[in-house]
Ligand binder design. Structure first.
Ligand SMILES: C[S@@+](CC[C@H](N)C(=O)[O-])C[C@H]1O[C@@H](n2cnc3c(N)ncnc32)[C@H](O)[C@@H]1O
Length: 182
């Protein structure tokens, strides 16, 4: 399956990571036109939550269509991921549930990737994963220093660089171990 901005090899890697989890609850920061969101919906187990956040409602027709067929699981949260209001809305949807997948693909500037990580990582289950997309060297020439490469000096981040694929991921409990050591 070929998705916008995701080469096949990367999509397969994402499927592999998702398959290591319970596949119940997903949060995508920066969902653009929902092409990855739809993938998460297809991969998810029932009962589930697929929360898609973006600061812009890029594709209202697609959103309405997903909502029509998946209204129980699908939640679109419009707002800047850095805003407390957005964070509270997402926490309100999750209630006590933990995320199996946190997919960080919003603003790719270092400060934003870092704040998205810090603001949402606590919501990830111990056996869930934080996945960063395109936040590594070569993804966008204008963003330096590279958050993942900086992080990788202190903690082992799994990386998949192949062709145009640039993703990094870490399990929730590994992330917390790293944060508690800082
Ligand atoms: C690369 S696209 C996401 C692609 C999508 N995740 C996918 O896999 O198909 C990045 C998206 O992040 C959104 N974005 C940028 N800054 C954001 C922010 N601060 N909060 C929420 N969304 C943001 C943009 O509007 C854009 O739709």
């Amino acid at each position: 399956m070929k998705l916008w901005s995701h080469p096949d090899a990367e999509t397969l890697k994402l499927v592999e990571i998702v398959n290591k989890t319970k596949r119940n609850n997903f949060l995508e920061i920066g969902c653009y036109n929902f092409s990855m969101t739809i993938n998460f919906i297809l991969m998810s187990n029932q009962p589930n939550l697929v929360i898609a956040n973006d600061k812009i409602d890029h594709s209202p027709e697609t959103r309405a269509l997903i909502d029509k067929y998946h209204s129980k699981m699908f939640h679109f949260v419009l707002g800047d991921s850095g805003e407390i209001e957005t964070q509270n809305k997402i926490k309100g949807i999750l209630k006590e549930k933990k995320l199996d997948i946190l997919f960080i693909d919003g603003d790719h500037g270092r400060g934003h990737v870092e704040s998205d990580t810090n603001n949402y990582a606590d919501l990830v289950a111990d056996d869930g994963y934080i996945i960063w997309h395109d936040t590594v060297h070569g993804a966008h020439k204008s963003f330096e220093p590279w958050f993942i490469e900086q992080l990788n000096k202190n903690i082992l981040i799994n990386l998949f660089f192949e062709g145009e694929s640039r993703i990094g991921w870490i399990q929730g409990k590994e992330w917390r171990r790293y944060v508690s050591r800082k």
